[in-house]
Design a protein around this ligand. Sequence first.
Ligand code: NAP
Ligand code: ZN
Ligand code: ZN
Length: 347
Amino acid sequence: MLPTRGYAVHSPTDNLAPFDFERRELSPTDVLITIDFCGVCHSDIHQVRGEWGNSIYPMVPGHEIVGRVTAVGAEVTKFKIGDHAGVGVAVDSCRECNNCRADYEQHCEKGSVGTYNSTEMDRVTPTYGGYSSQIVVQEHFALRITETENLAAVAPLLCAGITTYSPLKRFGIKAGQKVGVVGLGGLGHLGVKFAVSMGAQVTVFSTSPAKKDDATRLGAQHFVVSKNADEMTPLASTFDFILDTVSAPHDINVYLNLLRLNGAMVQVGIPEKPMEVAAFSLVVNNRSLAGSGAGGIAETQEMLDYCAEKGIVSDIEIIPMSRIAEAYDRTVKGDVRYRFVIDMSTL
Ligand code: NAP
Ligand code: ZN
Ligand code: ZN
């Protein structure tokens, strides 16, 4: 077994603290990744604090993992020692069901294996995530990362990046379309970058007036303070597509009402409580409301390659592990520009 240092919580009210555990020895198809950086996703906070009601403790969070391959199993072909590699939200799945064969491993019909707060396919062995020194993963679930000097800013692409790229692609966003992004946080700011890169006219809906200049710098044409009815009313029935990344309960009807004929809104934010949908919000203009969960391995690789080609990375604040509690508090307040990334050399 491979002795590994991580940070864990043991209950919903616990603070993250050092935790020593063991990773498995490499199977012939495993790679060992020494972790350089791990992004702080709001999903880490929901799960650490037990907000989704599915938490398994002890929990080592983290599913925006980047680092270098430091060992490979005998049958590994995708990586060699020294390559950059990344891991996102899933580390295994059955690989045989319809969804796995269609490259939606994250929606495996038998249940995919989450990078943390989950169990391996044996349904017994807990998985521990990226707030740790190293990870052993099936090569299929490790992503190739183009050699870069800015590895830390690539980390958030592994979850926030694919979660926003995937629905924009699935709904065929193209040049000239009017796209709204609700919430300018980790997911939201990458959603803006992707929609802009696809040629859309992007409007950011935010509760934080101070983020206006950033929205413009990210390429958005318009910035709307969502609490301000005077700004919202004239926008009724004008949007082709809206991506909702908000982490807390809010009125989604306000945004549905902004969709034009056959417009669609995709929910990627996962507030802890259900939200009400008025039937009229959907019936008028034949609107659709959909959800989207991360992305499969092939699409995540496509997104990483797209980002390397277009020069898209996350805006980040690098922190040492010791500042994780402060990073959680600031993220919950919407005060992150725009993703905290932990420097694992400080573990
Ligand atoms: P984040 O960085 O905290 O961003 C969320 C943003 O939502 C905040 O920056 C803030 O933007 C806005 N917001 C926060 N509280 C609000 C409130 N009470 N009312 C209105 N707006 C509020 O979080 P994230 O990492 O981007 O994650 C966002 C959500 O997506 C989380 O629920 C997370 O669990 C979920 N998620 C889902 C998937 C998936 O596969 N579907 C993947 C990753 C994450 P403004 O300051 O601009 O208002
Ligand atoms: Zn995430
Ligand atoms: Zn499957």
